[in-house]
Design a protein around this ligand. Structure first.
Ligand SMILES: *Cc1c(COP(=O)(O)O)cnc(C)c1O
Length: 230
């Protein structure tokens, strides 16, 4: 199959998963499919855009900058990778949503750069729900504390949470992870009623259907769209 068919199939399957949700779609409307374009060349990305993709996700700053210059396409850019404070300067002007805020130090720097750029930067807090040592993300114990800190900043707007589930052979095993992040998300909504928390970024090629069933409305899909990465 080609990129176009992959995108159509995934969009179809997303709708079926939304219908199977245990949470009301009124709580979590608008599932957005983010095409993860790391290691993909510009022609492949153009095919995805032509197939109806409206948001692309990159996890490396330099790679994203190169493609951005070439594409100059009217699309949303999502930063989904681990972000170092010394790269914030390059990331803020380009990306609509940063998914990977996991320390106060990082978000304070984002706030500082956004102020300089005259921008209100949308961010998500990345939570390491499973507590995997190899992954970034704040612990679930500290997630709400960080959420309160982010909510107090002037040039950053907290929009929700993100997680990367461990890779299981059986996607069903990721369900408790996604359910847990949904619970954190709902708790944050109660705790911060004046903040517009509306995005829950969870689910990749292997587990996006389970994630949507558990309330995800941003899914990040790479190999499912483009095939295996080079
Ligand atoms: C690579 C990546 C994805 C996409 O993974 P696939 O399994 O190829 O769909 C999603 N999220 C993040 C943070 C990634 O780094």
């Amino acid at each position: 199959m080609e990129i176009k068919e992959h995108v159509a199939q995934i969009m179809h399957d997303i709708q079926l998963a939304v219908a199977r949700r245990r949470v009301s779609s009124l709580l979590m409307p608008d599932v957005k499919l983010i095409a993860v374009t790391k290691n993909q060349d510009v022609p492949a990305i153009r095919s995805a855009l032509a197939a109806g993709i409206t948001a692309i996700g990159e996890n490396r700053v330099q790679e994203a900058l190169t493609k951005y210059d070439e594409l100059k396409h009217d699309t949303e850019w999502h930063f989904i990778g681990h972000l170092q404070t010394n790269k914030v300067r390059q990331v803020v002007p380009l990306f609509q949503l940063i998914h990977s805020v996991d320390t106060e130090k990082l978000v304070v720097e984002i706030d500082r750069i956004a102020a300089k750029e005259g921008k209100l930067q949308d961010v998500l807090i990345q939570v390491n729900v499973a507590g995997e040592e190899t992954k970034s993300g704040i612990s679930r114990r500290q997630a709400l504390t960080l959420a309160k800190q982010v909510a107090g900043l002037e040039h950053v707007r907290l929009r929700g949470f993100m997680t990367i589930a461990p890779l299981f052979e059986d996607a069903e095993q990721t369900r408790p992870i996604f359910r847990e992040l949904f619970a954190i998300f709902m708790e944050a909504r109660t705790l911060l009623p004046h903040i517009q928390l509306d995005w829950l970024s969870m689910g990749m090629t292997n587990d996006y259907l389970v994630a949507i069933e558990e309330g995800a409305n941003l899914v990040r899909i790479g190999t499912g769209i483009f095939g295996k990465r080079n």
